[in-house]
Design a protein around this ligand. Structure first.
Ligand code: GRF
Length: 227
């Protein structure tokens, strides 16, 4: 078996706005022997995002540009972000709690190389306040989704989902924590699949993961018996 070398690793640009616990999970995965990806850039639209410190501590390039008051608006801002990503040499752009809508031209620029994690089982509960929306709808299971990004918000081909139960006494915070734990498993797993060239999308926007093993599925979906 050939060892995965730095040269063959998939290069990731991770975009964040906040604490960056998903970023941390991805960086931790990248530190594991044989993991086929590495983070080459962390970018935030918030200058004080906690995730920037996490990146710097790990010796990873971390950049921030405040979106507020950026001259030229969203398009110009996203062009600046794209330039940074291009300079980093990233192969895949990973939105990890990047709480900012990206422009259509940004989506086009990174088409098929741009993924997002959303803390609901899409297509249910798009947008903000999704945990409260799930509780208000009375669903008995909730979860998270990793998907390719298309211009329409929280849409795009679904790569993987993880499911958690909604428990009696849950509030939005408790449910968010339970889902976040699954986010930390599902995102590194999806990045591995992409890095290994195992993810394909058909003409109907249905994603197939080649040779997905029951153990891989159950690792990100502990409530499901893979059968
Ligand atoms: C996660 O729940 C993610 O799904 C959502 O924002 C949150 C970010 O958390 N889009 P963190 O910054 O990764 O801790």
């Amino acid at each position: 078996m050939g060892q995965v070398t730095n040269r063959t690793k998939l290069k990731l640009a991770v975009l964040i706005s906040g604490g960056g616990s998903n970023l941390q999970a991805i960086m931790d995965a990248c530190n594991a022997p044989g993991y086929p990806a590495e983070v080459v850039l962390v970018f935030s639209n918030q200058l004080d995002a906690g995730g920037l410190d996490r990146a710097r501590k790990a010796g990873i390039r971390a950049e921030a540009i405040a979106h507020k008051g950026y001259p030229g608006g969203r398009e110009a801002y996203d062009t600046a972000v794209s330039t940074l990503i291009e300079q980093s040499g990233a192969d895949l752009v990973v939105l990890a709690g990047y709480l900012r809508l990206v422009s259509e031209s940004f989506v086009t620029r990174w088409q098929d190389r741009l993924i997002n994690i959303h803390p609901s089982l899409l297509p249910s509960f798009k947008g903000l306040h999704v945990h409260q929306k799930a509780l208000d709808a009375g669903v008995k299971f909730a979860g998270c989704t990793v998907h390719y990004v298309v211009p329409e918000v929280d849409s795009g081909p679904i790569i993987a989902q993880a499911v958690v139960p909604v428990l009696p006494g849950d509030d939005a915070g408790k449910l968010a924590q339970r889902i976040l734990k699954q986010e930390h498993k599902i995102y590194p797993q999806v990045i591995r699949w992409i890095a290994e060239g195992r993810v394909s999308v058909d003409a109907n926007a249905i994603v197939t993961v080649t040779d997905a093993k029951p153990a891989e599925i159950s690792a990100i979906n502990p409530v499901l018996d893979p059968g």
